[in-house]
Design a protein around this ligand. Structure first.
Ligand code: SF4
Length: 451
């Protein structure tokens, strides 16, 4: 088996020979973005994307470690392709993403059907890895490149109206429940000039909106000391992009400067903020190593709404973190009543390998976690339906993303990241139009274009 230490130069552009490639993607926007990057690289090698694994001679599972039993899921998905591999011995199967990074050689040893393992830091080595594998040598490429500068260009085949742009990778925060620092490595930021050039090139290709992507975007720091607030300001003034979004931000790094820049450039920086709180209790937050208290968080939210009255907040919550008492859980419910979250992603805690919280001895019973999760979801349903009603009768600026010829409707997103549906035509794609909202639900608004 070949490993990270071996490398050589290949002429890669014809290796695919027009063969089909199928990528199965799990997990977050980072993984979706990595899959798009892999597909772009493979198309450059003359592979052809296919929609079904039985049309492929290369299958890649882009795996996720966030949910429960991630290795088991990879086992079961690879198992589904055993028959295809028996029928076509030339079929190559690779596992990429966080499980690949976490398990490395173990994954190949456990599942001999796999031809290559590609860690999260090795995406750009995919052409070389595929070339080696096609020569008959299994490869494990899962070493972190801590010393390498983070220099990548956004690779996207058909960017459309809106696309992702990576600005940071990795995370240094080591929240005690989270596996990301182990699967994505130490945090690194892309150079400012590269980002400005990248976004301007996307604008030339017709992109109207970028979503800046990273595990913790607001700790971005360029090689010359530009921080995230300053990056937003530069993207607003020095590029032709119409809309800027970002995800995910960390409450402890959400500075006044960032809020002020969002207010100053509100015509470009969209007023939707995903601000994961995780718990409403300060002692639980301390055990999670989140770096802020309930009071800090509430002060951040207050400041955001003072400067950005139209802002929409969403959040992530974990219930049943080790040691969480009934009273501490109640603090999460009271926080939900204080901060008007329009969208919320709630999870029952489950231990992840390598993390500190997995070793905590005061794990909460599953039935308690399930009951708490149900209460959070019930409360959120009640709050979010009430909040949605405020949009009825208002007029929102909507960037149109797609047209459905069957219904004659278009779909776009408002500045607050609401999906808005209304009657329109294909010619509207890429245009920003005013839409009066007639009917509002937590995730979807329906209306009519104001002419
Ligand atoms: S900030 Fe915490 S939760 Fe977010 S990626 Fe880093 S360690 Fe994980």
């Amino acid at each position: 088996m070949q490993t990270d230490t071996q490398s050589s130069t290949f002429s890669l552009t014809q290796i695919g020979q027009g063969d089909g490639v199928y990528i199965s993607t799990y997990g977050c926007q980072m993984n979706e973005n990595d899959s798009e990057r892999m597909m772009t690289l493979l198309e450059m090698m003359n592979f052809r994307p296919v929609t079904s694994p039985d049309q492929a001679s290369l299958i890649i599972i882009n795996s996720c470690s966030i949910r429960e039993k991630p290795v088991h899921k990879v086992h079961s998905e690879v198992g589904k392709y055993r028959k295809l591999k028996n029928l076509n011995p030339k079929l190559k199967i690779g596992v990429a993403g966080c499980v690949a990074q976490q398990e490395k050689e173990n994954l190949k040893a456990d599942i001999p059907l796999i031809d290559f393992v590609l860690g999260t830091d090795a995406i750009d080595r995919l052409p070389e890895v595929v070339a080696r594998v096609r020569d008959g040598a299994p490869v494990v490429a899962a070493r972190f490149e801590h010393q390498q500068p983070y220099h990548i260009e956004t690779l996207v085949r058909n960017p459309g109206v809106s696309t992702f742009v990576n600005i940071t990778k990795g995370c240094d925060n080591f929240c005690t429940f989270c596996i990301v620092p182990f699967t994505r490595g130490r945090e690194r930021s892309r150079p400012l000039k590269h980002l400005l050039d990248d976004v301007n090139k996307l604008v030339e290709r017709g992109v109207k909106e970028v979503t800046l992507l990273g595990q913790n975007v607001n700790s971005y720091e360029s090689e010359c000391g530009t921080n995230f607030a300053q990056l937003l300001a530069r993207l607003s003034t020095d590029t032709g992009i119409e809309r800027i979004r970002y995800t995910t931000s960390h409450p402890k790094d959400f500075t006044d400067e960032l809020i002020d820049v969002m207010a100053e450039h509100s015509h470009k920086v969209m007023e939707y903020i995903h601000l994961p709180v995780q718990s409403g209790n300060s002692d639980v937050l301390a055990r999670m190593n989140r770096g802020y208290t309930r009071e800090d968080y509430l002060a951040r939210a207050k400041r955001i709404f003072e400067r950005l009255p139209q802002a929409v907040l969403s959040t992530d919550l974990i219930v049943g973190f080790p040691g969480e008492t009934d009273e501490q859980f109640e603090d999460t419910l009271t926080l939900m009543r204080e901060v008007p979250y329009e969208n919320l992603f709630a999870f029952a805690y489950s231990p992840r390998p390598m993390t500190k919280a997995a070793r905590f001895t005061d794990q909460v019973p599953d039935e308690v976690k399930s009951a708490r999760l149900a209460r959070v979801l019930d409360l959120h349903r009640e709050i979010s339906f009430a909040l949605a009603k405020k949009y009825e009768g208002t007029t929102l600026k909507v960037l149109v993303e797609r047209y459905d010829s069957e219904t004659g409707r278009v779909q776009g997103r408002s500045t607050q990241n609401k999906s808005v549906y209304f009657r329109g035509s294909e010619q509207l794609i890429g245009a920003t139009v005013d839409v009066r909202i007639n009917e509002a639900f937590p995730l979807v608004l329906r209306g009519e274009m104001v002419l």
